[in-house]
Design a protein around this ligand. Structure first.
Ligand code: MSP
Length: 548
């Protein structure tokens, strides 16, 4: 597959070609936004990371070549000002934050990323310059003058409509609707990208690729925004104002606008300008996960940049909702940020991942509450899943000296469990393809609920009292173990630590590694019929004493 087009003609044939190339893409490439290093991460950032990681792990479990990219956005005025306020160089500050806060976040919430890109790395800076030069040489960049508002918090030029009346100390001033702080008035000679030229090509692209922007509400918002017309975009800042960015290659009195620099991480990390084979393997990205506050950058500016450079836009931009506190977007600048380890220190990383993916419909806003987290932990993870696993294994130990018994004739109740398991595999997979992560987990949970119900009704402890029921007892415990095997595979992308423990206790290494199981085969019944000896299973979700 070749995703680099010879020319950008903006006609339907070319659009179809992009789609055709996209459909032939065999790998799964998913990205998170790259995070500003002006501060340490909070659970809103971790939410984006976990969602992308769950998708990447899911597709890897399907046997796809799955690549998760994340990283840090290190240039710009916001980061520079923070460094200055802390009396350190910008590079010193970003190095410290990356090593002390952002890389450790990946451990805290158990992210299995294939790369981590920093925008201060040479592999990024050099290829940003190549990209810029290409757009300049092909006439998509020109010099002009900019006069208008800029929010350093958003690192974004603002129109009148983006501002609201300030309150409290900012009463009487216009402030950024997201940060509730006054914007700056800029007047600079800058370089501009001819974004206005891409209005129609973008609208055509949206129409021909209905899944490009998801969810539907995000798509509608972007389509109506682009329909109203696009202004050209200032893509440089004068070094007279500040100097923390990538030099404009043909004019070293300017640096690249931080968003133009940052967006390009998605291609510089996979070899744009340096490793064509790798780039062709992974680009266009399968899905790019972003918060809804940065949707326009990704669904408007980013595809236009790529079109200008004769590259395919990504296949999908998915805009998720916000974690809210008191009805507002949770943020450090508003002092509502909660550090991820405040949660994982108590509940563990699996519970963090499960809770945020299950409790909030992916694409909608959701409020975090300690009470809801603690209640779901206890009822869904500890009682629902953990207990099911521990009592099933305990009964195999108790009644069959640890050896998973072979099943005899299947009753209707047994067949029903098998049917539920197979449906859970299909439904969860279908939901994950739609990035409906919470629906996928709900589909998996039908199997947790069914197994709990099955054990309650079948009463293996009662069957065990009469030797005449030995065959029936064997079948019931075999069915329960098989259900757990399926659950280990299906839940491994969401709760990797707990499922690894369960897999080890349940399979004695006889079915290979959990990571090598093929997700689509999780419902294939009878895999444990190999005289396997279960081992002790430590409590997967221990009881938590918390006053929170
Ligand atoms: N650096 C830019 C992104 C550049 S991508 C080319 C940026 N960084 S950020 O650190 O401010 O935000 C990164 C991500 O965290 C965004 O997707 C943002 O939506 C997400 N979140 C920040 N606060 C959030 C919540 N309260 N809730 C959910 N996600 C939130 O923007």
């Amino acid at each position: 597959m070749n995703c680099i087009r010879k020319s950008w003609t903006l006609d339907p044939v070319a659009q179809n070609k992009i789609e055709e190339m996209s459909n032939n893409q065999p790998s799964f490439y998913v990205t998170t936004p790259i995070f500003y290093v002006n501060d340490a991460p909070h659970i809103g950032h971790a939410y984006t990371e976990v969602a992308a990681d769950v998708l990447a792990r899911w597709h890897r479990a399907r046997g796809e070549d799955s690549f998760l990219l994340t990283g840090t956005d290190e240039h710009g005025e916001k980061v520079l000002r923070t460094a200055e306020a802390n009396n350190v160089s910008a590079q010193g500050w970003t190095d410290k934050l990356v090593h002390d806060a952002w890389l450790p976040l990946l451990e805290t919430i158990d992210i299995d990323n294939q790369d981590f890109i920093r925008t201060t790395e040479a592999r990024h800076e050099q290829n940003v310059q190549k990209f810029m030069q290409k757009l300049y040489d092909t006439g998509f960049i020109y010099q002009g003058s900019f006069k208008g508002a800029y929010c350093v918090g958003c690192e974004e030029y603002k129109n009148k409509g983006d501002l609201v009346d300030g309150t409290g100390e900012y009463e009487g001033q216009e402030v950024c609707a997201i940060h509730s702080k006054p914007v700056e008035q800029l007047e600079e000679n800058n370089y501009f990208f001819k974004l206005s030229q891409f209005q129609q090509p973008l609208l055509d692209f949206f129409e021909q690729n209905p899944n490009f922007i998801q969810p539907e509400s995000a798509r509608n918002e972007v389509v109506s925004f682009v329909s109203r017309g696009l202004d050209d975009l200032s893509i440089s800042r004068s070094k007279e104002k500040f100097d923390w960015g990538i030099d404009i290659p043909w004019d070293d009195s300017h640096i690249t606008y931080v968003w133009f620099d940052a967006l390009l991480n998605y291609i510089t990390a996979i070899g744009y300008g340096s490793d064509e084979a790798k780039f062709e393997k992974y680009w266009p990205a399968t899905t790019q996960i972003v918060g809804k506050d940065i949707l326009r950058f990704h669904a408007v500016i980013w595809p236009a940049m790529l079109m200008a450079a004769e590259l395919s836009p990504p296949k999908q931009i998915f805009g998720h909702g916000w974690l809210l506190v008191g009805g507002e977007k949770m943020s450090k600048s508003k002092l509502t940020g909660i550090a991820p380890n405040q949660i994982t220190d108590i509940f563990g990383s699996d519970a963090f991942r499960y809770y945020f993916m299950k409790a909030i419909a992916f694409g909608s806003d959701g409020s975090f509450s300690w009470e809801d987290l603690a209640a779901r932990y206890q009822s869904e993870l500890a009682n629902g899943f953990g207990n099911l696993a521990s009592r099933t294994i305990a009964m195999v130990n108790k009644y069959f000296e640890g050896e998973i018994p072979s099943p005899k004739d299947y009753s209707d109740a047994d067949k029903n469990v098998i049917a539920v398991a197979q449906k859970a595999v299909c439904d969860s997979d279908a939901a994950m393809q739609q990035v409906a992560i919470n629906e996928a987990i709900a589909a998996i949970w039908t199997l947790v609920d069914e197994l709990n119900n099955y054990i309650t009704v079948q009463e293996p402890w009662a069957l065990a009292k009469d030797e005449a029921n030995r065959d029936r007892l064997a079948t019931v415990l075999f069915v329960a173990c098989e259900g757990l095997r399926g659950l280990s595979v299906l839940l491994s992308p969401i709760t990797p630590k707990a499922t690894a423990k369960l897999w080890a206790a349940l399979t004695e290494g006889k079915l290979g590694e959990l990571a090598d199981q093929i997700l689509q085969d999780a419902g294939e019944w009878g895999q444990l019929d190999k005289g396997i000896k279960v081992s002790e299973l430590e409590v997967l979700f221990p009881r938590i004493e918390t006053e929170k």
